[in-house]
Design a protein around this ligand. Structure first.
Ligand code: MG
Ligand code: ZN
Length: 188
């Protein structure tokens, strides 16, 4: 199965920070068009997101799940089917003990991607990881996916912070999801 693995905040959902309230959940205007094209081309769409705000006690895991469900619904209303949103609630210095650990799911680690591979039989060699942060793409590179940096969210800042060493994690840089989708579809 080929897949598009998407970061959440700053990539499919507007924002430069964590979402802390349900009513702050907003999707990019062109994102449904972009994801629909990819879905129609046979890509499974999955989302992976670091949400240390849970471990830090800023929002509860329950609210995080509600926010994720809302994002899935907003996309579903446009005809886009996000198969799953994987999240990492952990942080090594989380205030809440049960989330305090150096886990293997927090990006740039690959735990969420490996889970998605198990669950959906994803073939990373024919898949793309898209995000506005370098750690999204570093995780993607580690599993052998092609990686795209979008300049929405924190993307412009990520671009400025690219170093020769980290540049290798990025296969393509593009303004937004729609231009990313066009590039992917040209790869054949
Ligand atoms: Mg992001
Ligand atoms: Zn984790």
């Amino acid at each position: 199965m080929k897949a598009i693995i998407l970061d959440r905040d700053g990539t499919i959902n507007i924002g430069q920070q964590y979402i802390t309230a349900l009513n702050k959940t907003r999707i990019y205007r062109d994102a449904p068009t972009a994801l629909k094209k990819l879905q129609d081309a046979g890509y499974k769409l999955v989302v992976f997101t670091n949400q240390a705000c849970v471990g830090r006690g800023i929002i509860t895991e329950e609210l995080l799940k509600k926010i994720n469900t809302r994002i899935i619904k907003l996309y579903k209303a446009t005809g886009v089917n996000l198969s799953r949103i994987y999240y990492c609630p952990h942080h090594p210095e989380a205030q809440i003990p049960k989330y305090r650990k150096a886990c293997s799911c927090r990006k740039p680690a690959t735990g969420m991607l490996r889970k998605a591979k198990r669950e959906f039989g994803i073939d990373f060699r024919h898949s793309f990881v898209i995000g506005d942060a370098l750690k999204d793409l570093e995780a993607g590179k580690k599993v052998g996916a092609k990686t795209i940096l979008v300049l929405t969210g924190n993307g412009r800042r990520s671009l400025k912070e690219l170093k020769p060493r980290t540049r290798k994690a990025v296969d393509y840089i593009t303004p937004n999801l729609l231009s990313a989708a066009r590039w992917i579809l040209k790869q054949g």
